[in-house]
Design a protein around this ligand. Sequence first.
Ligand SMILES: [Zn+2]
Length: 120
Amino acid sequence: MRLSSSERPGSHHLPRLTPAAPLGRLGTMEEREFFNETTESRNHTITCPKCGQAGEYKVTWIVRRKRAQLPRNADERDRARFAKAQSYMVRRDDKLACANVRCRKPFEITQLQSIAFLTD
Ligand SMILES: [Zn+2]
C-alpha cells in the first residue's frame, strides 16, 4: 500500500488549519455537539526569541475529540458534517515567560500553530 507524505505512519507532524471553524454552519447542530471538550497541557520545546535559549514549556490546549456517535436529533446535513469532522485542538496559551533565569522575559508563542488536527 502506498501512503501519501501526509499519511506517513509514525509522523507526528500536525497539519495546519485556518483559524476559522473547521466545519461549516450547515445543519441544525452546534459544532460542540460533535465533540467532547477537554483542557490538556502538553510539553513543547520552544526557543525564546529574546535570548535564543530552547526549553521545555507546558502549553494549554483545548482539545475537541470527535464523539463516537451523533445525538439522535441530528439531521442529514449534520450527519454529513459529522462524517467529515476530525478531532482537533485549539491553543489557549498565547504567551510564555522565559525559563532562562538570566532572561525571564515574556514572549509570544509563534513557533506553534494555534489550531491543530489530532491524528490519534
Ligand atoms: Zn529568554
